[in-house]
Design a protein around this ligand. Structure first.
Ligand code: IMP
Ligand code: MG
Length: 186
């Protein structure tokens, strides 16, 4: 795997390797399999970013489960959140009385997950939990706990493994972080 990638002319350095990610995904799944034994949760992925994490995680889940997706947009093509969350695709399932596990790629400002939580708790699920691969804890403004966190990371812009920069590099197997300006070429 390459140690560096260049996206839209900016340099990113390897941050979490494929092996580190895969190991953590299996650990998170093992915990979920324990916690949801005997239940039939609905795993709800947040598109687009979570699609790769979601598909790896769900294949490690051994309890009876269902899946569905929300599609949100907040970033546009920039590196900072627009501060506005738009719902681009709603769920197809009934949430009322069900055990809901929302699957996110990354929680940054916390706006998206806060929006999702408000939307879902209105429908009275029997339980509501969140699993996120990455959490930028120092920037996330949320007043509820994130139940399952893959990695707590510094407040830096990261790409790969579903996460994009201007819609690119979602297909990388590892996660890369933006190099400080001093290390950028040119
Ligand atoms: P939040 O609403 O600010 O918490 O951001 C949520 C969404 O923004 C995530 O689900 C990602 O899709 C996107 N996002 C946040 N931080 C990053 C990043 O560092 N790289 C790429 N996408 C990000
Ligand atoms: Mg996302």
């Amino acid at each position: 795997m390459n140690d560096y990638v260049t996206v839209n002319g900016e340099r990113f350095a390897m941050f979490l390797s494929e092996e580190q990610i895969q190991r953590r995904v299996r650990e998170l799944a093992a915990q979920l399999n324990d916690d949801y034994r005997g239940k039939t949760p609905i795993f709800i992925g947040i598109l687009n970013g979570a699609f790769i994490f979601f598909s790896d995680l769900i294949r490690e889940i051994t309890v009876d489960c269902e899946v569905d997706f929300f599609k949100l947009s907040s970033y546009g093509d920039a590196k900072i959140s627009s501060g506005q969350v738009k719902l681009l695709k709603d769920l197809n399932c009934q949430v009322t009385g069900r055990d809901i596990v929302v699957v996110e790629d990354i929680i940054d400002s916390g706006l998206s997950i806060d929006f999702i939580k408000k939307l879902m708790t209105r429908e009275n699920p029997s339980s509501f939990r969140v699993v996120t691969l990455l959490l930028k804890k120092t920037v996330a403004k949320i007043d509820f706990p994130i139940d399952y966190v893959g990695f707590e990371i510094p407040p830096e812009f990261v790409v790969g493994y579903g996460l994009d920069y201007g819609q690119k590099v979602r297909n990388l197997r590892a996660i890369y972080r933006l190099e400080p300006a001093a290390h950028q070429n040119g």
